[in-house]
Design a protein around this ligand. Structure first.
Ligand code: GDP
Ligand code: CA
Length: 307
């Protein structure tokens, strides 16, 4: 029986639904493909924010309030950096730095996929967490204040500059990771779920990798997106602001149009008007806790079976 599910994920929204999916599926039936276009080099470290959020969430180490980093982490390193007048605009918790140190060291002799598998193994994560690519892809944000590197826009400037467009440096020469390609070719593949992640920043890079859109268009399984919008707003982060600044409606129809005919179905909140042209499941899409995550994931999987 076909039972394998691929989830396409960014950080918080992706991690929340992935955690739920992991509660519903056996470990070898779930592959989470994670955006790496937010990754950057900082203070000599390779930092992969979305991979970290997904890993920490799946390992139940995540900080649910802050949305990133390790729960209960301390900031001694940051205090020392500030004292030394070092770059302190990107907050690094003390435990979190251990991840970045090991990753940076291991990347000297291994791919990001290998390093991620090793880190997940140590954290007791049994499902496959796969970077979208092993090559470097870096989001650049075109704004009214010029072209900004992603973390400069997102963290340092808190997404305040008005958006004009997004590009992914290196995408033309990157290729989907072997784990990503393998999951797409898995004969047991039953469905592909686009998590309620930021469409432009988290999902677009995954779809823009050479060959991915073509492979998805040729798929024989349903492709379902869970909307990150509820009542005309994003639950968290700049997705709604970005949509508005590019003149796109912050609605489930806007989301479906954004994915340009790729979706078979969409899961929207009961608060929202259903879009036309795709199958729709309307439910409670806010994931306040792990019970919500598991409930929404179960509903998404049951819905997928009807498609
Ligand atoms: P980031 O990389 O940490 O910014 O995270 P993602 O791109 O994965 O997710 C950001 C998106 O997740 C935002 O647009 C939010 O609206 C969405 N999101 C976060 N939590 C929830 C939730 O509980 N339900 C839904 N439907 N969307 C959520
Ligand atoms: Ca992210």
């Amino acid at each position: 029986m076909k039972s394998h599910v691929i989830a396409l994920a960014g950080g918080v929204g992706g991690a929340r639904l992935s955690y739920g999916l992991a509660q519903c599926l056996s470990a070898d039936d779930l592959t989470v493909i994670v955006n790496t276009a937010d990754d950057f080099e900082h203070l000599g470290l390779t930092i992969c924010p979305d991979l970290d959020t997904v890993m920490y969430t799946l390992a139940s180490l995540n900080d649910p309030v802050q949305g990133w980093g390790v729960r209960g982490d301390t900031r001694h390193l940051m205090q020392a950096l500030t004292r030394l007048d070092g770059e302190d605009w990107f907050v690094l918790g003390d435990q979190d730095v251990a991840t970045h140190l090991l990753r940076t060291e291991q990347l000297k002799g291994h791919t990001l996929s290998q390093v991620t598998t090793a880190l997940c193994g140590k954290l007791g994560i049994r499902i496959a967490v796969v970077p979208m690519s092993d090559q470097s892809v870096r989001t650049q944000v075109e704004t009214e204040q010029g072209r900004l590197a992603f973390q400069d826009y997102f963290v340092r400037r808190r997404c305040e500059p008005v958006l004009k467009g997004v590009t992914f440096e290196g995408i033309e020469v990157a290729r989907p990771s072997d784990g990503f390609l393998g999951a797409l070719q898995n004969p047991k593949l039953a469905a592909i779920v686009v998590c309620p992640s930021n469409p432009m920043l988290s999902i677009e890079p995954i779809l823009s990798l050479p060959g991915v859109r073509e492979r998805l268009r040729a798929r024989s399984v349903p492709l379902i997106a869970v909307s990150p919008f509820i009542g005309g707003q994003a639950v968290k982060g700049p997705a709604a602001k970005m949509f508005r600044e590019l003149g796109l409606p912050v609605t489930s129809s806007g989301l479906v149009d954004y994915y340009q005919g790729l979706l078979d179905a969409v899961v929207i909140d009961r608060a929202d008007e259903p879009p036309t042209g795709v199958k729709v499941l309307a439910t409670d899409t806010l994931m306040r806790d792990s019970a919500d995550q598991a409930r929404l994931a179960r509903e998404v999987l049951q819905f997928a079976q009807t498609l």
